[in-house]
Structures are given as structure tokens and as C-alpha cells.
Design a protein around this ligand. Structure first.
Ligand code: G3H
Length: 528
């Protein structure tokens, strides 16, 4: 596609050279090595990746400078930010989100170019993140109101709140480089922690329009943003032992490697969203139209590059033939195109080596007896491979075991419900399941078991994280800690309180503390 056929408002007219990084409240100019950021989307008639810009390739020294800035801003709990009144931290966050909203068009365009997310979903990612910030502010206000009081038990008065944990290292994924990263960073910051944040490998330039908002909204060192290879910049930060929380959305291999570098793992709190292989189970009495529609959305939206995507479909043997016929036709009807084209459901893959990996999974499965049952399945272009629906898939195939995180859809038929249940119990993953059926005599015992294998059972609907007020977590290799607007505030904080024996002298001090409003912690102020 040539540049001229790209609508003007989405064209890349100039490259974005991010030549600074944010440490200690300053955008520090970088004159060292840089890395080029390419989009797999072509701007020319003959296919060529598009150069979007460059980012600094920072080294260990800059990483440790960022860590020092976060440590200094926390200042052993004495820092301005961790001791600030809740209402003042909220003011900073409101200032940030007001500036962020002005950058919507730039961020949305970069989301499309950097990760290939289609326009409506890119807009949704931005808007959902803004909503998440406002909802977090509201929830924190309520949390503060609920703790604006004293309790008395066994002659001891207590004023209990939630306090920050310290320094947070925050690493996000490429598939939701804005939303998932901010769903960690925002609650971490608002609770009074300080942070070092490294954007994902793909979806990195879209942070640039927000750097000034971060710089000007928070006190120096509260949020530090660095660029570079994970191994080079994240490892020394972890090895320092100065990180109190590792907040990462990604895979368990990198999470384990990073947490193992911390010299005192007992001091490290983990907030992790990891891999998953959510199954759909289609029972023989399922409403097939509905099941197919939901499985299409679940397996193919954003090309299957969602941790919540349906990555394996179990279909009862009595209906599998009909399911496959209709499902395969619907997959073939999905429109592929560039993210801004109207009605596109399938879009270029941001990882240049992804089509080859998906092809390996297809070859492995077909060599072991599976067939591609849709006509377009496996058709490849420079930046895409059309979703192949594979059937029958068996346990010895890689596509059965691996989290494909891309466009390939394995279908397994089952006779006895214990087959998918046993597979789920044996699997390394435990995030969600989609269950399709109608007879409550069958559904009831299944629900009772499935809730113990995963953390969300989606009845007659595909898996998803939202609405963001609901808990998002998983078992086994799928997550550590729970995220939701409310739970994230808890995950990034700890209960801490002031206690005093109930006697005249202590009570007089408490009264004076409250009346003078000289403590930011001991306060019964009601935030409106
Ligand atoms: O990649 C994992 C995301 O949290 C999934 O969120 O279900 O809203 O796409 P989603």
C-alpha cells in the first residue's frame, strides 16, 4: 500500500525520534545509541516495513540512575509523595489525566502503526485507560473515606489505612501497551509508591506524547521512564534489591528470571498478569449460533493476541461437524486490512517473526494428523498469516500445549466432559473458561468445578478482562495477585496503622493531631 492510499490523518509524515528519557523529574537528553522502531505495516507499493522513529538504547548506568531517582523520591518513607495527603496525590493524578486526554489522536495513531490494533479497538484502549484512571481516583476516594475513622478494641484505639510499599518496577505487554501498563502504573502511583517504568518492545513510541504529562504532574522521581533491552536495564534494577514490587504483564519465564535476581525474594511483592490458554467448552445442547459468534470474537479479536483470547476450542463430538463447518466459514469471512480500514477485524502482526512461528504450529499439527478446515487458513503475506482452524487437534501437538498468542485456532472434539476438565487440571494455565450450554442440570456441577480450575467462568460468552471493576487474576502460571480497579489499589499497598492505648494522655494527642490537621496520615477528613 502506498502512502497516498493511507488516509491523510493516519499517515506517518515525520518520524518520531524519542531522544530523551524521564528520570528524577527531568527529560534527560540522550546522545548515545538508539534503536529503530519499525511498523510491520507498509507505506509503499512494494512491501517494506515503515520506520516510525527511534528510542534510546539505555544502559545499566541510566537504569540505575532511574532506580536511584525512585529511591530518593520515596526517601525511606519520608518522601513528599509517600507522605502526601491523599487528596493532593489525587490532584496530581487529575492533572495528569487531563493532559493525557489531549493526546488521544497521537496515541491512537501510534497504537495502530506500532501494534496493528484496528482503529475502534485502539480508540477503545485509550478511552478505557482514561476511564480506568477516573475510576481508580473514585475508588481511592472511597477507600480513604472508609478509613477516615478510629476503631477501638480491647482498650486499643486504631486508625487503619493502606500505605505504599516503596519502589515499583513496572513492565507492560505489547498487546495493550497503554491500557495494561497503566492499569499497573496508575494504582501503584496513586497509593504513594514511586516507579520505574519501561515500555514494551512494541508499542513504545506511543508513550512519547505522554512524557511531558508525567513530568509535569508528579513530583520529581515519582515516575521514571526508561528505554532499552529488558535484560540490560531491568536486571541491574532487580539485582540492587531496592525494588519492593515487580509489576509485570507478560510471561512467567521473564517474571521468574526477574524475580530470581532480587537478592531477598521475601521482600518482593509480585503483581503479575501472565500467559493463559483459555478454553471454550461447547456442550452438545449449546446455542450454536451464539457459541460460534462468541468463539469467533474470543479467538480472533486482535488476531488472538490477547491473554484472555480463546486459544483452544473443545466441542462435543455430536455437534463438532456442524460447528466446524459454520465456524470455518465465519473465520474466512473476516476482513483483513490495515488498522484504519473500515470493518477490518484482522490486522498486521507487530512481531515480524510471528507468521513463521504460527506456520510452525500449523506444520506440526498437520504432520500429526490435523487438517486446516478453512479455505483461507494459513495464507501468508509479508506481515500476516490468515487464521487457520485446525481439526482434529490432539495432545501431542504443539498448538495444544503452547500459548499461540496469534492467529491459529485449534479445535478438539470430546465425548466425555471429563476430557476437557482433566486437560484443564493438567494445564499450566488457569485464567478463564467459556462455557456454552443451556441445561442447568449439566451446567451447575460444571460451574462448581470450573471455578476451582480458573478464576472466571464465562457463561455463553467469550473470555475477557472487562469490565475493569471485576477481578482479573488467574491460577498456576497465569497470574500472581488480583487486578481490578479496587483490587489493584490493594495489591500496590499494605495495611498500616497507628495504635494507642485508650487513656487520657493518648486520646488528647489524637484529638490534637486531628484538630491541628498536622498529620497527613492521621486524618478523619472526608474527601468529597
Ligand atoms: O491481554 C490481556 C488483556 O488483559 C485482555 O483484556 O479481555 O479486555 O482484551 P481484554
Amino acid at each position: 500500500m502506498s502512502q497516498t492510499t493511507i488516509p491523510q490523518q493516519f499517515q506517518i509524515t515525520s518520524q518520531l525520534h524519542q531522544n530523551s528519557y524521564l528520570v528524577g523529574g527531568q527529560l534527560i537528553e540522550w546522545q548515545g545509541e538508539v534503536s529503530e522502531v519499525y511498523s510491520t505495516i507498509s507505506s509503499t507499493d512494494n512491501y517494506e516495513p515503515t520506520l516510525l522513529g527511534t528510542i534510546p538504547t539505555l544502559g545499566e548506568k541510566e537504569a540505575l540512575d532511574a532506580l536511584d531517582a525512585a529511591v530518593v523520591a520515596y526517601d525511606k518513607g519520608k518522601g513528599l509523595w509517600p507522605t502526601m495527603k491523599v487528596v493532593d496525590r489525587i490532584n496530581c493524578m487529575e492533572k495528569f489525566v487531563a493532559q493525557m486526554k489531549t493526546k488521544r489522536d497521537e496515541v491512537v495513531n501510534l497504537l495502530m502503526w506500532e501494534i496493528g490494533k484496528n482503529l475502534p479497538d485502539s480508540e477503545k484502549e485509550f478511552d478505557r485507560t482514561v476511564d480506568y484512571i477516573y475510576d481508580t481516583i473514585e475508588d481511592y476516594k472511597q477507600m480513604d473515606r472508609d478509613s477516615a475513622k478510629f476503631q477501638k478494641h480491647d482498650g486499643v484505639n486504631a486508625h487503619i489505612r493502606r500505605g505504599p510499599l516503596g519502589v515499583v518496577l513496572c513492565l507492560g505487554p505489547y498487546n495493550y501497551p497503554l491500557n495494561e501498563t497503566f492499569a499497573l502504573l496508575i494504582p501503584a502511583l496513586i497509593m504513594g509508591n514511586t516507579a520505574i517504568f519501561k515500555p514494551a518492545k512494541h508499542g513504545v513510541l506511543l508513550i512519547s506524547p505522554l512524557l511531558e504529562a508525567f513530568r509535569s504532574s508528579f513530583p520529581a522521581g515519582v515516575v521514571n521512564i526508561i528505554y532499552g533491552r529488558g535484560r540490560v536495564v531491568a536486571s541491574p534494577i532487580m539485582q540492587s534489591g531496592k525494588v519492593d514490587v515487580l509489576a509485570l504483564i507478560g510471561n512467567s519465564k521473564s517474571a521468574n528470571a526477574l524475580q530470581n535476581q532480587h537478592p531477598k525474594s521475601n521482600r518482593l511483592r509480585l503483581v503479575l498478569g501472565l500467559e493463559a490458554k483459555n478454553p471454550a467448552i461447547v456442550l452438545k445442547d449449546a446455542n450454536l449460533d451464539l457459541a460460534i459468534e462468541e468463539c469467533i470474537a474470543g479467538a480472533t479479536s486482535f488476531n488472538g493476541q490477547r491473554c484472555t483470547a480463546l486459544k483452544i476450542l473443545y466441542v462435543h463430538e455430536d455437534i463438532v461437524e456442524e460447528f466446524n463447518k459454520r465456524f470455518a466459514a465465519k473465520v474466512d469471512a473476516l476482513k483483513f486490512g490495515n488498522p484504519w480500514e473500515s470493518g477490518v477485524k484482522l490486522t498486521p502482526l507487530p512481531e515480524p517473526d510471528k507468521p513463521a512461528y504460527i506456520q510452525e504450529l500449523i506444520d506440526d499439527a498437520t504432520n500429526k494428523g490435523a487438517k486446516i478446515i478453512n479455505k483461507k487458513g494459513g495464507q501468508t503475506t509479508e506481515n500476516y498469516i490468515f487464521p487457520a482452524v485446525l481439526y482434529p487437534v490432539t495432545k501431542d501437538m504443539r498448538v495444544f500445549q503452547e500459548e499461540q498468542f496469534g492467529p491459529v485456532i485449534p479445535v478438539v472434539s470430546f465425548k466425555d466432559i471429563d476430557e476437557p476438565l482433566d486437560d484443564m487440571a493438567a494445564s499450566n494455565y488457569g485464567q478463564q473458561v467459556s462455557l456454552f450450554g443451556q441445561d442447568i442440570k449439566t451446567l451447575a456441577p460444571l460451574i462448581d468445578t470450573l471455578v476451582n480450575l480458573v478464576c472466571r467462568v464465562n457463561l455463553n460468552s467469550s473470555c475477557q478482562r472487562g469490565p475493569d471493576v471485576y477481578p482479573f487474576t488467574g491460577r498456576k502460571d497465569s497470574a500472581v495477585a488480583t487486578l481490578s480497579v479496587h483490587d489493584a489499589l490493594r495489591s500496590f499497598s499494605i495495611r498500616t496503622f497507628v495504635a494507642s492505648k485508650d487513656n487520657e494522655a493518648n486520646n488528647a494527642i489524637l484529638q490534637e493531631l486531628l484538630q491541628s490537621r498536622s498529620s497527613n496520615f492521621v486524618s478523619t477528613d472526608y474527601i468529597l
